[in-house]
Design a protein around this ligand. Sequence first.
Ligand SMILES: [Ca+2]
Ligand SMILES: [Ca+2]
Length: 219
Amino acid sequence: MKHKPVISSQPRLWVYLLLLAGGLLVSLLHITTSTPAVQADPWARRALIVQQACSGVQPTPNFSEYYGTVSLDGEPAPAGTLVEAYSPRDDKVGCVQVSVPGYYPYMRVYGEEGTTPGMRFNEKVTFKVGGHLATTDPSPVIWINDWDQHEVNLSATSAPCYDFDNSGQVDLPDVTLVANCWRMTTEDSDCAPYDLDGDGIITVVDIMLVVVHLGETCP
Ligand SMILES: [Ca+2]
Ligand SMILES: [Ca+2]
């Protein structure tokens, strides 16, 4: 009678250990089989990258959809390029990946809902191509919760060079050129090239964009 509890608890311990070892084996097998599969298949790897890059988007029942052409440095954006949309509060509100070079598929851009951040009615959507601020056609793109598709063509440059006077370097004369257009809109064709963030007006933001690149040389 004395030993009975000891004897009966012994097999139970083995069962636990076996279950634990089995669980470890299963998870090990899972890791060894799934990881090389992702590494070997470029599409699976790409999907994983997109999943990670697009992770900040929070879908809500409110949306508008955009699609169109997309160029990077004047060339069709290659397959795999990320296209992202941002709200004025810098919330990532949409994200897709280029699959056919030069085009991006339907991208839902979500609206705010309760505590979930998103676009608000009549706000401007900011687009990024491969992480670079894009200019849009039409411009600006105003968000409404219409559940409809809109063609918006995007173009971006990966390495902006703000050497406007072609001196070979971003220097003070370039800052002055932008500053002279302060408060002018892009309707003024002389000032249009200096709307660097593409919001339609030359503001201190555009001036600062040049200032932060001071001293850079351009090819
Ligand atoms: Ca210059
Ligand atoms: Ca601007």
